[in-house]
Design a protein around this ligand. Sequence first.
Ligand SMILES: [Zn+2]
Ligand SMILES: [Zn+2]
Length: 120
Amino acid sequence: MANKDAKGNKNITVEEARRIVEEELREITDRYRELYERERRMSAELESLRRTSSSVESSKDTRVNTAACTACGGTGKRKCVQCDGRGWFYNQRPNTRERCPICNESGYVKCRGCSGKGYR
Ligand SMILES: [Zn+2]
Ligand SMILES: [Zn+2]
């Protein structure tokens, strides 16, 4: 059986045509395998990255849980003693409210035991 291929060769045999097709197929398969390998490597890398970041997060959690600051109960804040947590206090004359400069009117100050971190 004689045929014309895309390149315009005359009288190409079935055997020749099959060889050309097989060669092209092998090339495509190699390229596909290469891409597949690359994709596998990348997903493995991504997985290891994900595992690293999650282990960092969990170790952070345990550090907070195991060594929570006892002075502030892990909140990092303590009630302002100057104003007793109100944010203001009476100054000399009654009914004269003074803004608390120690806690900046928030009623809370940074815990000195953990410097506001909540854990030691
Ligand atoms: Zn504390
Ligand atoms: Zn205060």
